[in-house]
Design a protein around this ligand. Structure first.
Ligand SMILES: *[C@@H]1O[C@H](CO)[C@@H](O)[C@H](O)[C@H]1NC(C)=O
Length: 444
């Protein structure tokens, strides 16, 4: 009788242990398979980089409709937009990008791929938000469905709550730096309620007490205090206005942590073109992968008779406008993106991102610097965010060579503007609901 009971108990214990081990086991198995695939693709990329001309030719042949790929002439002149917009990222390219991301992240931060060691902050109510490491869903402690909650504030709060629950977080990932900033602002303003929710819902009173203690000590470097094992902040984009948000985060809540922007995307994030293989470097630079898209380049500033050059014909230190063929049906799209070639990896160009404002070759970085300088003329003013559109007031009458912009800015720390200063900032239309102590005005 007794041996039978003991055997049953052992069997139950074994089953329990196996079931408990399965998610961790599953994670380890898939992680090592994906890392092997990532390393394989990395080697293939090295090989492709030894002959970018051939890789680009192959890519173009795959993009052209059947029967038209023969005898294509040398591409020249300005590109035109043809065909169907908004076809989603091709799964093959997106998968290869993610594999390179997992491989690169693991090489730089060996503990970064721990199960549930990544929290994702992103809001995408109409489509699923695709995180950088999507082939390995067990990486994330935040549920995928949270990103599609209709209210942005609610989505970020739910994701933050899941992240707070996990003390052993290694990576904090945000689709946009602004989302991370807003989630941390919600922590700043609502930590007592968040601590209460942690104690009641998770329920973990120890963690709730930790949260209360750390928030009471202030918010500088709060991210590293709440998650002591955190190694890196991953952001989906870090240029233009998003760069401002990264700078604010680096100086306050995320002090002491490296920021890593893994991908270079174009056409509103639809096309993946390059990958950042250097996560430890503060300024992102991207390797253009020769078999992800067919790229042509217009030397910038524009020449009298613009003539495109190919991926293998770029010069280090020069800037180029991008003409992209990334999907069947969308050929030679002139995107207005300006890239600066900072070096080469084999024959593949390494670029940094400099979006132009209206395709007129003013890199967005330079535009942003000028704007910051202009804002600096008001004592105490700080630029929080901006968006720039072509001026509708002058319209076509301004001519193609003299574009005028309408810049909407969100400022903080600006009070009691004199009448003279007010007129400089133009009319009284608000773009953002001004936060207390800030003002948002169009600058014409
Ligand atoms: C509760 O929080 C503490 C401190 O962060 C942690 O060590 C512990 O593992 C957590 N417990 C559970 C069940 O998650």
């Amino acid at each position: 009788m007794l041996p039978a009971v003991a055997a049953a108990a052992v069997a139950v214990m074994v089953v329990v242990a196996v079931v408990a081990a399965v998610p961790a086991l599953w994670h380890r198995l898939s992680r090592s398979a994906l890392r092997r695939a990532g390393a394989r693709y990395r080697r293939r990329l090295e090989l492709l980089g030894t002959d970018v001309r051939l890789s680009q030719e192959r890519r173009l042949r795959r993009l052209l409709p059947p029967g038209t790929a023969r005898g294509e002439g040398r591409a020249s002149g300005r590109g035109t937009v043809v065909g169907v917009p908004g076809v989603p990222l091709t799964p093959r390219v997106s998968r290869q990008g993610s594999l390179l991301y997992l491989d690169t992240l693991h090489a730089a931060f060996p503990r970064a791929l721990a199960p549930q060691g990544t929290a994702l902050l992103c809001w995408a109510p109409h489509h699923r938000c695709v995180p950088a490491g999507w082939p390995l869903p067990s990486l994330y402690c935040t549920p995928a469905a949270a990103g599609s909650i209709p209210s942005r504030a609610a989505a970020l709060r739910v994701q933050l709550l899941f992240a707070l629950q996990q003390r052993a977080l290694h990576v904090l990932e945000a689709a946009l730096p602004a989302e991370l900033l807003d989630a941390l602002a919600a922590l700043r303003s609502g930590w007592p309620e968040l601590a209460q929710d942690l104690a009641l819902l998770t329920p973990n009173a120890t963690r709730a007490a930790e949260l209360r203690a750390e928030c009471a000590r202030g918010f500088e470097g709060i991210v590293q205090r709440l998650w002591p094992q955190l190694e890196v902040v991953v952001v989906g984009t870090a240029h233009g206005a998003e760069q401002l948000y990264c700078d604010v985060l680096r100086q306050a809540e995320c002090k002491g942590l490296p920021f890593y922007c893994p991908f270079y995307r174009a056409a509103g994030g639809e096309s993946l073109l390059g990958v950042n293989l250097w996560p430890e470097e503060p300024a992102p630079r991207f390797l253009l992968c020769p078999d992800w898209a067919f790229c042509e380049f217009l030397p910038s500033p524009a020449e009298e008779e613009p003539r495109t050059v190919l991926l293998g014909e770029l010069w280090e230190g020069r800037e180029y406008g991008l003409v992209l063929t990334a999907r069947p049906g969308e050929y030679r799209c002139l995107l207005g993106a300006v890239l600066r070639v900072t070096g080469f990896h084999k024959q593949c160009p390494v670029v940094d991102q400099a979006l132009s404002v209206r395709g007129e070759s003013i890199p967005e970085e330079r535009f942003c610097q000028s704007l910051c300088r202009a804002v600096g003329m008001w004592p105490g003013a700080r630029l929080v965010d901006y968006v720039c559109v072509e001026s509708a007031l002058l319209g076509a009458s301004s001519g193609a060579c003299a574009p005028h912009y309408e810049v909407f800015v969100e400022l903080r720390g600006l009070r009691d503007l004199s009448e003279g200063q007010r007129t400089l900032w133009g009319g009284g239309r608000s773009w953002l609901a001004p936060a207390p102590g800030s003002s948002a005005r169009p600058l014409v």
